[in-house]
Design a protein around this ligand. Structure first.
Ligand code: NAP
Length: 296
């Protein structure tokens, strides 16, 4: 089993978590809809992740829907005290699987109760408000109303901390006027660097930045430069992509997703991969700040 301690720790929701965590979205069926093809394999991935030292798991009740949380409950309940589970609210799946905005008070209250029930918890460590102003990426607009509802649920003791996902720097700043923001979860990886300034700002504030699609998401990263660096280091491209994120900023927490124990082991082993400066320089050239992403 890989030793993930070398990835280091960072504070999340008042707890210290390993910087190499796990994202559970891939445990649902195709298109993150319905049950997985192999439920036993999904359970095995979660159990091995936690046995390997992962103590930060990202999920949502809208994965499946309900499926991913129910698998987490079956695999891990009762959860270890040191495990931080982060979930999301703000979306509901249509019958066709589409991701619809669910920002009303009733929908947000329901989402928190659905997460509590399906995860088998009395209180959720972190609930991210996933902005759905534009499903595809951050878009300016007020999140005051839905964030205020989550802050009320926090005051009622159902939620420990609140985070934001798919948001702009302005929405983070505005959100801090309503409640403490424990973490920000946006799209960021070797090839997608729109958030360079936000990562730095959050690092200065001691706030966790949790990139989603750290491996490129549904279409894993492909780049000749990435493959060349991996070959030279005797590592895999996915390990190099994760190691690049780890060295990028100490407040970056990783939640790579996989439905396979083999890929999980490979990804966790990235904790031990140290990138030489020249490799970092090569990898830095794959993506550029400002949103463009060259396929080097
Ligand atoms: N806030 C948001 O809007 C949002 C959006 C998307 C995701 N998320 C969260 O972020 C987490 C990570 O994102 P993600 O899972 O979508 O994408 P990801 O981690 O970038 O990549 C997952 C994909 O890479 C494959 N993969 C994983 N390890 C691999 C390896 N070692 N070699 C080759 N292929 C590998 C997986 O397939 P296999 O299953 O075959 O390994 C899967 O297709 C999710 O699980 C979810 O918790 C949040």
């Amino acid at each position: 089993m890989p030793n993930i301690d070398q990835a280091g720790m960072f504070s999340l929701a008042g707890r210290s978590v390993n910087r190499l965590g796990y994202g559970a979205m891939q445990l649902a069926g195709p298109g993150v809809f319905g049950p997985p093809k192999d439920r036993e394999a999904a359970l095995a991935v979660l159990r091995e992740a936690v046995a390997s030292g992962v103590n930060h798991i990202d999920t949502s009740d809208f994965y499946g829907p309900h499926v991913t949380n129910q698998i987490i409950r079956e695999a891990l309940h009762p959860c270890r005290d040191d495990l931080v589970i982060v979930t999301k609210s703000g979306a509901l799946r249509g019958a066709d699987g589409w991701w619809n905005k669910a920002f009303s008070r009733a929908e947000l209250v329901q989402a928190v109760h659905d997460n509590l029930r399906n995860l088998g918890l009395d209180v959720i460590d972190v609930v991210n408000l996933r902005s759905m102003l534009d499903v595809h990426g951050p878009a300016e607009g007020s999140l005051e109303e839905p964030l205020t509802v989550l802050a009320e649920l926090q005051q009622q003791g159902l939620v420990r901390q609140i985070g934001l996902s798919n948001v702009t720097a302005k929405q983070v700043a505005d959100g801090r006027k309503i409640c403490e923001i424990a973490c920000v979860q946006n799209l960021y990886n070797l090839a997608h660097r729109d958030d360079e300034a936000l990562v730095a700002e959050l690092a200065g504030a001691g706030t966790a930045y949790v990139p989603f699609f750290p491996l490129g998401g549904f279409t894993p990263l492909q780049s000749t430069a990435l493959s060349d660096v991996a070959t030279a280091l005797g590592a895999t491209p996915m390990q190099v992509a994760l190691a690049w994120l780890l060295q990028r900023s100490p407040n970056i927490l990783l939640i790579p997703g996989t439905s396979s124990v083999g890929h999980l082991r490979e990804n966790l082993a990235a904790a031990q991969l140290v990138l030489p400066a020249e490799a970092v320089a090569t990898l830095d050239r794959i993506g550029t700040a400002g949103g463009t992403h060259a396929a080097a």
